[in-house]
Design a protein around this ligand. Structure first.
Ligand code: PEP
Length: 250
């Protein structure tokens, strides 16, 4: 089964609306590649202007977070319907920074994943181990637990459309990329886990990204691995290097 690669940028808390439009305009010509799904996940306030700036291009504008309730007294949150109305088709769920600074848990991640699917938004579901966990030798056990909880009550048909981002926490924003072997080993284990929860066909269809200091230089080797279907990119997504990552195959 050949899976289309997906490269998503995570802008984090960067770029004012004016800067967002300028960045989309700058990166537009650099990220043209029909063989890859390209997503810019941007701060909520940038979604509408970035969407306008990306009109007529291959760029999808996504969100960095979403709440799991429909509407109501949840000051400061963004609802799935708001994202859908703005034209959003992808949302990052459970990034390690949200887990660390905003108390997200595997359980809230699961609620958000279910809610995203209810609204036909593709969740980019993040998982990853800390350096301590890697040194303790519990990486695979930890990731399997994160995946099993994230996918609770998710149907097979929904799971096939999900994107999983394996992001070792020690590699995020540190310039320390996991070795190709480390990244492939965990992405393969995630696929096995999905196969156990669902079946071989679902495991073969689901897309698994690697994230953690990906650059134009490291992308070709990482994305050539059998179980790595693209990348979730932080720092480099704000620079022209993002074009090199998207065009890793050129
Ligand atoms: C991220 O935040 O998802 C990420 C992978 O960041 P960076 O590429 O900067 O390590």
């Amino acid at each position: 089964m050949s899976r289309k690669k997906i490269v998503a940028g995570n802008w984090k808390m960067n770029m004012t609306p004016t800067e967002a439009v300028a960045l989309v305009n700058e990166l537009k010509p650099l990220v043209a590649n029909d063989e890859v799904d390209v997503v810019f996940c941007v701060p909520a306030i940038d979604i509408i202007p970035a969407m306008k700036a990306a009109e007529g291009t291959n760029i999808n504008i996504g969100a960095e977070n979403m709440y799991y309730e429909e509407k109501g007294a949840y000051t400061g949150e963004i609802s799935p319907a708001m994202l859908v109305d703005a034209g959003v088709k992808y949302v990052i769920i459970g990034h390690s920074e949200r887990r660390e600074y905003f108390a997200e848990t595997d359980e809230t991640v699961n609620k958000k994943v279910l809610k995203a699917f209810e609204h036909d938004i593709t969740p980019i579901i993040c998982c990853g181990e800390s350096l301590t966990q890697r040194e303790q030798g519990i990486t695979i056990d930890w990731i399997r637990q994160q995946i099993k909880i994230a996918f609770l009550n998710v149907t097979k048909e929904q799971a096939k459309k999900a994107v999983i981002a394996y992001e070792p926490i020690w590699a995020i924003g540190t310039g320390k990329v996991a070795t190709t072997e480390q990244a492939q080993e965990v992405c393969a284990a995630i696929r096995v886990c999905i196969g156990e929860i669902y079946d071989e066909a679902t495991a073969a269809e689901i897309r698994i990204q690697y994230g953690g200091s990906v650059s134009g230089a490291s992308a070709p080797e990482l994305f050539a691995q059998p179980d790595i279907d693209g990348g979730l990119v932080g720092g480099a997504s704000l620079k022209p290097d993002f074009g090199k990552i998207v065009n890793y195959n050129k």
